[in-house]
Design a protein around this ligand. Structure first.
Ligand SMILES: Cc1ncc(COP(=O)(O)O)c(C=O)c1O
Length: 380
């Protein structure tokens, strides 16, 4: 099997599973308990927090553990809105965000917030000036993703952060879920106030994540309860998940240093070979893209038919994002990029990890070529 669906989820590293099992069995105490088992669990949690802080070059006190990207995005957006609702009711995002951002904005709209959804260009990129033009006297939040999960476009986070330095009362949230370990992001330098990451996108386990909340930033909690995570995220901490996520992050960032060039070579090879196919439209931008995502359409085939045909030959890919692929919804990202509905319905996403090789890419291209020929024969 060739697994090219790493933006949906990654295979956990064996070391991650080992550390999850070890912590779950040997350090199962509740970190809030005052006895020895609780103190040990709390200490592990603290070590993981420190390690994640160091790896992301932020203070460990800015690391808040959550259950993943969806929760971190909801907490950042709704927590900002709740905390600042007396100061302002206007929030800004882009037209290509993940559903967890998009739907959080829609929900806030139903609760009386005004939302501006900034459009993107044909490569899926927002313009800094369009964001600045949308700012009103009562804007409290700008939420823009770092790497788009469907086509891989990198957003101009540094420029947006620089522009927002002129608006110190507006919080800047970045959904960093797809970028971690693949495209560097200087959280400190780019004036990012809130930043979401998800463990299972970098070989950690599902149900683990972080919301980074920069020092001095105050947002409201969404859960009421035991006041864990400095009152921001109540609920008994997933100690084993958190410890194994810290390990996954360390191993992934090590791969980044040694494997980025190889990953880019695999991507460039795939793009070059896909370009040669008849009736193929590539949606991933030629510049300013992450090294692990390739999105394309083969005209005339529905994405899901193509995905299943490829799967039968051992190539695992997806249509657009994992959440919309099951619902068979047309990619809102591609529509926002002005791709026609018909072409968007044919889109396929290949997403890589550092484990994927050029050999696999060569086999994948042969599988794609054969499948295209066979599907054309069936349809003719
Ligand atoms: C850009 C982006 N944000 C958020 C999420 C949600 O993360 P999680 O699956 O951890 O809830 C995803 C998952 O696909 C994503 O790609």
């Amino acid at each position: 099997m060739i697994y090219f669906d790493n933006s949906a989820t990654t295979k956990p590293f064996p070391e991650v599973i080992d550390s999850f099992v070890k912590v779950s069995s040997d350090f199962f105490g509740n970190p809030s308990s005052i006895h020895r088992l609780g103190v040990e669990a709390e200490s592990l949690l603290g070590q993981a927090r420190k390690q994640i802080g160091e790896l992301l070059q932020i203070n460990s006190g800015e690391v808040y553990f959550t259950s993943g990207g969806t929760e971190s995005n909801n907490l950042a957006i709704k927590g900002t809105a709740l905390m600042n609702r007396n100061r302002g009711k206007h929030i800004i995002t882009s037209a290509v965000e993940h559903a967890s951002v998009r739907e959080a904005f829609q929900q806030l709209k139903e609760h009386g917030f005004r939302i501006t959804v900034v459009p993107v260009d044909k490569e899926g990129r927002v313009s800094v000036s369009a964001i600045e033009e949308a700012i009103c006297h009562d804007t409290i939040l700008v939420s823009i993703m770092h790497v788009n999960n469907e086509v891989g476009t990198i957003q101009p986070i540094e420029e947006i952060g620089n522009m927002l330095k002129g608006y110190p009362k507006i919080l800047f949230h970045v959904d960093y879920v797809q970028g971690v370990g693949k495209v560097a992001l200087d959280i400190q330098k780019y004036k990012i106030d809130l930043c979401s990451i998800s463990g299972h996108k970098f070989h950690g386990l599902k149900g683990t994540g972080v919301l980074i909340v920069r020092e001095g930033i105050q947002i409201s909690p969404l859960f009421s309860g035991g006041n864990q995570e400095w009152k921001l995220r109540s609920g008994t901490e997933n100690v084993a998940g958190v410890v194994s996520m810290a390990k996954a992050l360390r191993l992934t960032l090590r791969s980044y240093e040694t494997g980025l060039r190889k990953l880019s070579e695999v991507q460039i090879y795939l793009l070059k070979e896909l370009h040669k196919l008849q009736d193929v439209v590539i949606h991933t931008p030629s510049k300013g893209r992450a090294p692990h995502i390739i999105n394309f359409s083969v005209k005339g085939f529905r994405g899901e038919v193509f995905v299943h045909a490829l799967e039968q030959k051992g190539l695992i890919v997806s249509t657009t994002s994992a959440c919309s692929s099951k619902k068979k919804a047309i990619s809102h990202t591609l529509l926002a990029m002005n791709v026609s509905k018909e072409i968007a319905e044919s889109s396929i996403r290949l997403s890589l990890s550092y484990d994927n090789t050029l050999e696999e890419a060569k086999k994948a291209i042969t599988i794609i070529q054969t499948t295209v020929t066979e599907l054309r024969e069936v349809m003719s």
